[in-house]
Design a protein. Structure first.
Length: 682
């Protein structure tokens, strides 16, 4: 850079007169290496020829409502000395025939309401902010017919030149880039740019509420200090943040806001936040629409100090596919930097550049709709605390997926990794086609109190992953998870609280239906049997803990008799799901009766006696009658005719015969009542 003291000097007034006059023998005005004193004022001027001002120093430039065919202010500086914080005032500037080049420009720029026919180039620019102000570039309502080139047009996710490296062409801005309601017909390039300063962080690094980009938004390698805000933005193509780093201090954070704000944004392609993406603050995208995939593989997101504990908030989002799993950093340097931020070493046996999805806080997808699948690695999510049964902080929620709608929900983790012990995944009222969860993620580790639990009330799915999942483990998972219920959200709190109480019947019915659809009828019946057993066990525990305020008769009517009926159902027929048990009891009683009546055979009625001249002979039982007589007593409504021919010979066998009759009617009635109830429920 030239020393401005040694430059040729010209007043702003004289330079304006020269630019307004036709160029002598040239197609454009080109001026190099001047120091312009005073203000270059071309407000409302109509310049008929292209203008190129290269490597010049200005005190002030005023181009308000001016018109140029083309304009270049390459390598120019505005101000009196470094830091260059003089202003280019170009509100409602009109570039009618080509591009506006501000490459390597230094100063403050105001392009509010400007119209540029083709591209706006700001590659390598260094923008400052005026004292007491936070904006480096004001471009609200900007209209660009081509591309906005703030960063490089190549993917530079891992190329981060030093701040003073001018050859690197890195765009740097100390203050906010204001692009609210801007319209860019082409694409927006922010690759490799650095916006905001850590020592004087602005409220917003990029503020693009309502902006419209016809092409794609490229922000790979972008580094910001301050909020990256694109609320209500419309992007026709993809939105790429490969290796982007977003920092936001809690001092500038407002309650409920995050480091990245994409609320109600509409992305026509895919959203990429991977390859070492780092968001030091909540990534909030409530109501986001992504037509293709949203990819957070290997990303790092953290919950800000003033957030409600959510690190990644995608509530009510509509996305084609959502991936939050392992990814790969572009090089070892980026991987090392991310692990340093996470304060975690590289995994044993894993590639140096391999990174899993990491969230210091919860992932929320409340009311979201994902067309294809959601793939979530739950082992890298720290979660946030929630009330459990009135106890503040009694539960750790790692994912709030209440009312989520998707085709496949896959919950996974790396080899040998588990989710936080005792953590919750809330699936209240979610609607899925397939629930695919790896049992290594949620099952209890050896010597621990409990594994990962789900909140299952109202969850609907057609199929569940069963391959490689032992049925016993799945039953234990269901028995524990069915006890958790999401309670109503308290006023003033966005996050829900939870209650661990009576097991909900619906999760058992849902899992049984899935096993039945998969052809595992026996397992489905075991699940329904376990449901009744768990409900009865809970009732007994409540009865034991209830205060003794009733009379003995009331306690018997309200406690003993229902418990006796449940015990009978469980022991004899398995609550109607094991009618074979009744057959076993009948078989056991029949065998016992056969043995008794063989020792103490019944006597025939006298009408069967054979009378001879000397004696009256009573016929004895043959082996067939020894078998059919007990069966005739046991089986109701079916007669073999043996009861009319024989009667017990002793008081004891008479009591046994009566007991067999009563038992037969009791078992038959119990089977009929219980099976009818089961069929009616199903």
């Amino acid at each position: 850079m030239r020393n401005p003291i040694c430059r040729d000097r010209i007043s702003g007034h004289d330079l304006a007169r020269r630019l307004l006059a036709p160029p002598s023998g040239q197609r454009r005005h080109e001026v190099r290496g001047l120091r312009v004193t005073g203000s270059l004022d071309l407000a409302q001027a109509r310049v008929e020829h292209p203008v190129a001002l290269i490597d010049c120093v200005f005190e002030e430039i005023v181009l308000t409502e001016a018109s140029f065919p083309q304009l270049s202010l390459v390598d120019c500086r505005v101000g009196t000395a470094e830091p260059w914080n003089g202003e280019l005032k170009a509100c409602h500037l009109s570039i009618t025939g080509g591009d506006l080049h501000l490459d390597r420009f230094q100063g403050v720029i105001d392009l509010g309401g400007a119209h540029i026919r083709d591209d706006l180039h700001l590659e390598g620019a260094r923008l400052s902010a005026k004292a007491g102000e936070t904006h480096s570039l004001r471009a609200a309502n900007l209209r660009i017919g081509g591309n906005l080139c703030i960063g490089n047009s190549q993917d530079v996710a891992h190329e981060r030149p030093a701040p003073g490296d001018r050859d690197g062409g890195r765009f740097e801005a100390a203050g906010t880039i204001l692009l609210e309601d801007a319209r860019i017909d082409g694409s927006a390039y922010f690759n490799g740019a650095a916006i905001g300063r850590a020592e004087a962080e602005p409220q917003y690094a990029v503020s693009g509420d309502g902006m419209v980009v016809g092409g794609s938004f490229y922000g790979s390698g972008l580094e910001t200090h301050g909020q990256l805000r694109l609320v209500g933005a419309t992007i026709g193509g993809a939105c790429e943040f490969h290796g982007t780093r977003v920092h936001r201090s809690d001092a500038n954070a407002r309650p409920g806001e995050g480091a990245v704000m994409l609320d109600r944004a509409d992305i026509g392609g895919s959203l990429f936040c991977d390859n070492g993406f780092l968001c030091a603050g909540t990534f909030r995208a409530v109501g986001l629409k992504v037509s293709a995939s949203a990819v957070f593989n290997g990303a790092t997101v953290t919950a800000g100090g003033k957030s409600d504990g959510a690190a990644l908030q995608l509530d009510r989002a509509v996305i084609g596919r959502l991936l939050l799993r392992e990814g790969t950093a572009p090089d070892d340097e980026v991987a090392a930097r991310v692990r340093e931020f996470r304060r975690t070493p590289a995994a044993d046996g894993a590639a140096d550049q391999e990174l899993r999805f990491w969230a210091e806080g919860a992932v929320t997808l409340t009311g979201a709709q994902v067309g294809q699948d959601v793939h979530l690695d739950v082992t890298g999510i720290a979660g946030t605390t929630a009330d459990l049964g009135g106890t503040p902080g009694g539960a750790t929620v790692i994912a709030d997926l209440a009312r989520l709608q998707t085709t496949v929900l896959r919950l996974s983790g790396g080899t040998g990794r588990r989710a936080p012990e005792g953590a919750l995944i809330d699936l209240t009222q979610a609607k899925l086609v397939v629930l695919w969860d790896e049992n290594e993620v949620w099952q209890k580790a050896a010597g621990t109190a409990g594994g990962l639990h789900y909140v299952l009330k109202g969850l609907r799915y057609e199929a569940i992953h069963t391959s490689g999942v032992p049925f016993g483990l799945r039953q234990e998972w269901l028995a524990e998870s069915a006890r958790y219920v999401r309670s109503a959200t308290r006023p003033g709190r966005e996050r829900a609280s939870y209650v661990r109480g009576a097991p909900a019947p619906q999760p058992y019915d849902q899992l049984a239906a899935a096993y039945t659809a998969a052809g595992h009828d026996r397992d489905a019946q075991n699940i329904l049997l376990r449901k009744n057993q768990e409900i009865e066990h809970h009732r007994r525990s409540i009865a034991r803990d209830a205060p003794n305020r009733r009379t003995k008769l009331q306690r018997m009517a309200a406690g003993f008799l229902p418990r006796l009926w449940n015990v009978i159902q469980n022991v004899f027929i398995g609550y109607g799901y094991r009618p074979g048990k009744a057959l076993l009891w009948l078989l056991g009683l029949w065998l016992a009766a056969v043995a008794v009546f063989c020792v103490y055979p019944p006597d025939p009625y006298l009408r069967q006696a054979v009378v001879t001249e000397e004696t009256t002979e009573l016929p004895g039982m043959n082996w067939v009658e020894h078998c059919t007589y007990p069966a005739d007593l046991l089986i109701p409504l079916v007669g073999f005719g043996e009861k009319e021919r024989w009667h017990p010979s002793t008081d004891e066998t008479n009591f046994l015969a009566s007991f067999l009759v009563v038992s037969g009617w009791f078992l038959g009635a119990t089977v009929l009542v219980s099976v009818t109830r089961v069929v009616r429920r199903q």
